[in-house]
Design a protein around this ligand. Sequence first.
Ligand code: NAD
Ligand code: UD1
Length: 334
Amino acid sequence: MAILVTGGAGYIGSHTCVELLNAGKEVVVLDNFCNSKPEAIAKIEQVAGRRVVLYESDLLDRKAVTSVFRENKIEAVIHFAGLKAVGESVEIPLKYYHNNLTGTIILLEAMAHFNCKKLVFSSSATVYGLSDNVPFRETHPLSATNPYGRTKLMLEEIMRDTYVSDNEWSFALLRYFNPIGAHKSGLLGEEPNGVPNNLLPFVAQVAAGKLPYLSVYGGDYDTKDGTGVRDYLHVVDLAIGHLNAFDYVLDNKGAEAFNLGTGRGYSVLEIVKAIERASGVTVPYKISARRAGDIPVCYADPAKAKKVLGWEATRDIDEMCEDSWRFTKQNSGI
Ligand code: NAD
Ligand code: UD1
């Protein structure tokens, strides 16, 4: 039996494939490389020392998705494939709704057809909306502020409805906080196209001399140093969480949400300091206006994941920043 990993060439998917292979699982990847490169697959295989079965296919291609299930014995699916750029989702919402919603519906229909009803889903802390009632628990009211976030909310609803209609289904809805870091090998990491939107890749590129300075979005929040606070977690811890969630969907039925975060918040300036420690380079920054749609503070209550999944993040902020820095250094030719 194999595990189908959609979006397995991407940032979180590639790290998860390595952990699955290391745990002795058979892995089938479906990815259209719209936000990743085929080389990621070779790197996964190099790091893990084992092969994956690759389908270079689009989730929107029903025939291709059906072939994956016809040609392999798929025990469960870990579903990462989706578009994730918040700003772009505001500019071209229909692309996001079509890719993320239609793609997932095609996947669920194929799964139902082949009687494979176990799925681990990449949701996001973005489903907690603009609230700053931290720490966020899974029972917190849900809302979204942009089309990307709405696709996550809607997909959670679609999965809950699917379970209600057929109690054979099992869904783990994993609400990720802020994954950062990279694989220790320096081979796998986050490679955003163009100028990064997210803090970590941006700061690392400033440290590498690729960008002149960091704009800190807001210095007057009611936080320890006035800058925004987030729950950063190491991508390898997050990847390992998927193995726990895989075991959970094998043994349980339902549609359960789990926060995957550390439960600790760090400010933008604390991240700058951690990258400076990791790189030995001073990171120039300027405090600028707040970014529209940002909340001051966001961190998880990860107690449910610990209790039910037996998962807990173990890597600290210095390890996250050292690994991010190693990846940036090795991949930016400095
Ligand atoms: P990523 O863009 O690196 O990986 C997504 C992968 O899916 C890419 O390899 C892309 O080529 C593929 N893909 C997209 N649409 C596809 C389609 N129609 N058919 C086939 N393949 C397709 O993103 P990531 O950071 O690894 O995120 C993985 C998932 O986790 C996404 O669903 C994302 O929304 C979610 N998530 C990410 C974060 C984060 O901070 N990175 C936070 C919360 C949730
Ligand atoms: C963003 C997305 C969120 C998505 C998450 C992970 C928005 C509004 N939210 O969240 O939907 O799930 O990424 O992909 O885009 N910061 C700076 N300067 C920068 C970049 C960021 O000061 O150049 C600050 C931000 O204001 C924030 C923190 O750094 O306080 C983290 O930002 P980011 O990495 O973009 O993550 P989120 O804001 O949590």
